[in-house]
Design a protein around this ligand. Structure first.
Ligand code: ATP
Ligand code: MG
Length: 420
């Protein structure tokens, strides 16, 4: 037997209603906030990711699926969606369009990580990018959209954490203070963080290892090195979030694993997701478009993980979404089979969700299948019914049966359903 790849999951029909619910909520809210769908490729040239995400990030250092094309070009399966979206923005000269460009995307992302609950090698994200506005209101809009999607889905135990990363110049002032502190405590850090002290010291603040956390708890704070402009920008973001009633908590250690962020950065975590507790994250990335060769363009966005959202989605949400329960059609006997086929088609054309099992089954077996398929009603048509010109509609819950005329089956069913 050939098996699927480790950390790469199949989405079976039992789980897909959860995903559809999440996707529909994300689409609906993105539309209301004026974001339009962009579909970007699943693979790009490797330099796009190396340059945008940053050479000393976990993603670029060890998580990318990189391979050589036949002509020797290095290609990579996208580990996230922002780089590709920005590449498309530049390539199609979207900066020339006089209105802000606000995009959303869905799709699989690929990272070679250690697979575990909530951490896969092929996972899926919904993300948005708002390009062209350097105003705190753009940050607020994006954060509000994220919060509305998650609230709409009733995901439990969520916290929105937010921090100010300042400008590059602010972090340049801060970094030596942090590095010198970390060097003093180097022996207590995990192996990963000892390496990060030189390569990407801010990432140490984000490490989940308890010893590292204890050390960084008393580390110098970035907030003490921030310029007045960066502070006032952030204050306006926070007061805007208050205005639109989005709850947040400040986390001075929140930094992102990707290099391109500045100013506002945020993450939503869930209390009951265990170790992989981040549902989504994002922030402002004003330098990225220019880094990738485009015109200077301020931008802000986020990405959320669909697998983790699906894990959090309450069962009640699924049940509510399944109100449209199917009708089962059981046709048997020479004439009943033909009449059943006609009824099935007629019901579907009338907009019903109608199903059948075409193997030759007894009535009892058909009813069992109808239960298994969670059908609320079964339409029973045997040869006897055809002779009478009618069929039997059985309520699978109450077991009450009604005779319905075969000639106007959908009308009769509609009125019975309306009364039930
Ligand atoms: P983490 O700290 O969990 O590794 P991250 O900072 O690498 O997350 P981002 O790059 O910000 O994650 O991606 C945004 C979201 O995508 C995450 O909050 C998470 O929900 C989801 N995500 C990221 N990596 C994975 C993965 N390997 N498997 C499943 N979901 C993931
Ligand atoms: Mg990660």
């Amino acid at each position: 037997m050939i098996k699927g790849i480790k950390g790469v999951k199949d989405l079976l029909p039992e789980e897909s209603p959860r995903w559809r619910l999440i996707e529909e909520a994300a689409r609906r809210w993105a539309g209301r906030y004026g974001f339009h769908e962009i579909r970007i490729p699943i693979f790009e040239v490797t330099t796009l990711f190396a340059r945008s995400i940053g050479a000393s990030t976990d993603i670029v250092e060890k998580e990318m699926y990189t391979f050589q094309d036949r002509d020797g070009t290095s290609l990579t399966l996208r580990p996230e969606g922002t780089a590709g979206t920005v590449r498309a923005y530049i390539e199609h000269n979207r900066a020339a369009i006089p209105v802000p460009q606000k995009y959303f995307y869905f799709g699989p992302m690929f990272r070679h990580e250690r697979p575990q609950a909530g951490r896969l090698r092929q996972f899926h994200q919904f993300g948005v990018e708002s390009l062209g506005m350097a105003d705190p209101q753009a940050d607020i809009e994006v954060i509000a959209l994220l919060w509305r999607i998650l609230s709409d889905l009733d995901l439990p135990g969520l916290t929105l954490e937010i921090n100010n990363l300042g400008y590059t110049a602010d972090r340049d002032i801060y970094r030596p203070h942090l590095v010198s502190y970390l060097k003093q405590h180097e022996s207590g850090l995990c192996a990963n963080c000892r390496h990060r002290v030189d390569a990407n010291p801010l990432r140490v603040l984000d490490c989940k290892v308890p010893d590292c956390r204890a050390i960084t708890e008393t580390a110098p704070r970035l907030s003490d090195s921030l310029s007045e402009t960066a502070r006032s920008y952030f204050t306006r973001v926070l007061s805007g979030l208050d205005v639109v009633k989005i709850p947040y908590s400040l986390n001075h250690r929140l930094v992102r694993g990707l290099d391109y962020y500045n100013l506002t950065t945020f993450e939503v975590t869930a209390a009951n997701l265990g170790a992989q507790n981040a549902v989504g994250a994002g922030g402002r990335y004003d330098g990225l478009v220019e880094t990738l060769g485009g015109p200077s363009t301020p931008a802000v966005g986020f990405a959320i993980g669909l697998e983790r959202m699906s894990m959090l989605l309450p069962e009640s949400a699924i049940i509510n979404a399944q109100k449209d329960m199917p009708l089962y059609v059981a046709g048997f006997g020479d004439h009943g089979t033909v009449a059943g086929l006609m009824a099935l088609e007629e019901l579907r054309l009338a907009g019903f969700h109608a199903v059948a099992d075409f193997r030759s089954l007894t009535l009892k077996a058909h009813l069992r299948q109808a239960d298994r398929l969670k059908c609320r009603f079964t339409l029973i048509i045997g040869d006897d019914e055809v002779v009478k010109g009618s069929a039997i509609l059985r309520d699978m819950e109450t077991k009450v049966q009604h005779d319905v005329g075969l000639s106007s089956i959908t009308l009769r069913i509609l009125s019975l359903l309306a009364g039930s």
